[in-house]
Design a protein around this ligand. Structure first.
Ligand SMILES: Nc1ncnc2c1ncn2[C@@H]1O[C@H](COP(=O)(O)OP(=O)(O)OP(=O)(O)O)[C@@H](O)[C@H]1O
Length: 308
């Protein structure tokens, strides 16, 4: 009986479902070409690393995928649907979430509230919007708590029922808010900071804030999570547990695009890696292929390829 031939990496990828397709993307800022004809595909279930020296175009690439910046030319498809030209909230609803290089939390909100803001992107009625509506009809915060805690018809609900639309909007909001809070707690647990749910974001330790950012991004129920240097400022032990968290998130069915400078972390957690230099893709492949690629070595050592 003949031995079965093992499929090559390209054969294995051909069988997989593309999730994100970046095709010939160029973006210019005045005279600066931040991305120059970049293409790559991220497959469902994959952890794809995006690496390159400072200024290579990694964050710009994230910005084009998430609608923060519009490519000068090129297309981006997510689950077969065009991304370029969509607004940021539409892209979030399509299922792409991201974290930022510099932490962007709401410092005066609790950890759980920060996650609820993320969940809000998915609601039919907006939790945050509902809060604003309530404040407009001069409702005290404790009354809101009463409504959300009891689910009963309080004076507040009666007041709102005068305009039926508002009342039904509120009822649905209450149910959604409860579900969102439960889901929020689950996410805080997933990232390991459920014990800090009621703490103001600004009082959390740096590592906890980074984890909270991830929980908030996950609250939008993404298919793809883009992490921009999630280990920045972490010590080796924190990096190790972040690595485990990234794997755990992937195991929940979320694919991951990861920008990270720490090579050990990138090599340890990714399935494949795309390397950029001066806005161009210079390599793509498995971690070991990329590690041994002369162009990549040259880019990191700062020497011309032909001298490597
Ligand atoms: N809004 C902008 N206006 C002008 N130039 C920009 C803008 N955004 C990025 N650039 C330039 O585009 C290039 C790529 O920058 P980008 O931040 O994407 O690189 P990076 O790989 O993420 O770098 P780092 O690892 O340092 O974060 C740089 O030369 C940068 O100065």
């Amino acid at each position: 009986m003949g031995r079965r031939r093992r499929a090559s990496l390209s054969e294995q990828l051909a069988e997989r479902e593309p999730l994100l397709e970046v095709d010939d993307v160029t973006i210019k800022f005045g005279g600066v070409v931040a991305l120059n004809g970049v293409d790559f595909t991220l497959y469902k279930g994959e952890i794809l690393g995006l690496i390159g020296p400072n200024g290579a175009g990694k964050t710009t690439c994230f910005n084009t995928i998430t609608g923060v910046a519009r490519p000068t030319t090129g297309t981006i498809r997510f689950r077969g649907e065009k991304v370029v030209g969509k607004k940021r909230f539409q892209i979030t609803r399509m299922g792409i979430a991201r974290t930022f290089q510099n932490i962007r939390l709401f410092p005066e909100m609790t950890a759980l509230e920060n996650v609820l803001v993320g969940a809000d992107a998915r609601h039919k009625t907006s939790v945050v919007g509902a809060l604003f509506r309530l404040y407009r009809v001069r409702v005290k915060p404790e009354e809101l708590t009463e409504v959300t805690a009891t689910g009963g018809m309080t004076r507040l609900a009666q007041q709102l029922s005068r305009t039926g639309q508002r009342f039904f909007g509120l009822s649905r909001h209450i149910l959604e808010e409860r579900a969102a809070r439960a889901k929020g707690m689950e996410l805080l647990q997933l990232v390991g900071i459920e014990g800090r749910a009621g703490e103001l974001a600004r009082n959390l330790a740096y590592g906890e804030q980074r984890r909270l950012e991830i929980a908030r991004a996950l609250a939008t129920e993404p298919h793809l999570l883009c992490l921009d240097e999630p280990a920045a400022g972490f010590n080796p032990a924190e990096k190790e547990s972040l690595l485990a968290l990234i794997r755990k998130i992937r195991d929940t069915g979320v694919s991951i695009l990861l920008i990270e400078h720490d090579m050990r972390l990138v090599m340890g957690v990714t399935d494949r890696i795309v390397v950029l230099e001066f806005g161009k893709k210079i390599a793509e492949g498995s971690p070991s292929e990329v590690r041994d690629n002369p162009a990549v070595i040259a880019a990191y050592l700062g020497v011309p390829t032909d001298a490597a």
